[in-house]
Write a protein that binds this ligand. Structure first.
Ligand code: GAR
Length: 187
C-alpha cells in the first residue's frame, strides 16, 4: 500500500473523500500525513477527526519556497511518504519537492484543463461562457496546472448558475479523485 500525504489549503472535502475511500476499502493506500499552509483551515479539524496527523505551517515564517519545501521534504521522508496528493492546495510546487517526488505528485483541478488553469477555475469557466465545465486529475509539473492529464470528466454548463455548477463539480471530484488514485496506485 502506498503511503500518501494530502496537501490542502481549505475546506478539505476532497481530503475527506480520499480518507473515506481508504476507510471503505475502495482506495488501497495509507494516508499518513495531512499538510496545510493555512493553520486555520477546516481540513485540520477533518484530519484530527479521522485520526490522521495534521501538519500546519505558515509559509510567511520561511524565507522562500525552497526553504519551506526543504522542511516539508524532511517531514515527508520521515513519514515514508511516497505520493503527494494535492487537494485544494493553493500554491505552486517548486523544484525541491518536484525533484524529490518525481512523477509522484498529483493534483485535482475544477476545470476541463487545459482550459482555465489557475485560481477560481469555476468562475473563469462561467465568465467565459464556456460550454463545458469539468474536473481534471493530472500529474504536477513546474507549471500552473500544466502536467499530463490522468483523468477528466466534463459536463455541459447549459445556463446553470454558479452554485449548481459548483455542486456538480464537487460531486464529480469526490468520486473521481479516489477512483483515479486507486487506478494510479495499482498500475
Ligand atoms: C476543489 O474544487 C479543487 O478542485 C480546487 O479547490 C477545491 C478544494 O476543495 N483546487 C484548485 O482550484 C487548485 N487550483 P476542498 O478543500 O473542499 O477539497
Amino acid at each position: 500500500k502506498p503511503r500518501i500525504a494530502v496537501f490542502a489549503s481549505g475546506n478539505g472535502s476532497n481530503f475527506q473523500a480520499i480518507a473515506d475511500a481508504i476507510q471503505n476499502g475502495e482506495l488501497h493506500a495509507e494516508l499518513v500525513l495531512v499538510v496545510t499552509d493555512k493553520p486555520q483551515a477546516y481540513v485540520v479539524e477533518r484530519a484530527q477527526k479521522m485520526g490522521i496527523e495534521p501538519f500546519a505551517f505558515n509559509p510567511a515564517e520561511y524565507g522562500s519556497k525552497a526553504m519551506y519545501e526543504e522542511m516539508l521534504k524532511g517531514k515527508l521522508l520521515n513519514h515514508g511518504v511516497e505520493w503527494i496528493v494535492l487537494a485544494g492546495f493553493m500554491r505552486l510546487i517548486g523544484p525541491m519537492l518536484l525533484s524529490a517526488f518525481e512523477n509522484r505528485i498529483v493534483n485535482i483541478h475544477p476545470s476541463a484543463l487545459p482550459a482555465f488553469p489557475g485560481k477560481d477555475a469555476i468562475g473563469q469557466t462561467l465568465a467565459a461562457g464556456a460550454e463545458l465545465a469539468g474536473v481534471t486529475v493530472h500529474f504536477v509539473d513546474a507549471g500552473m496546472d500544466t502536467g499530463s492529464i490522468i483523468a477528466q470528466e466534463t459536463f455541459p454548463v447549459a445556463g446553470r448558475g454558479r452554485a449548481e455548477v459548483e455542486d456538480q463539480i464537487h460531486a464529480i471530484e469526490h468520486r473521481l479523485y479516489p477512483a483515479t488514485l486507486q487506478q494510479l496506485f495499482s498500475r
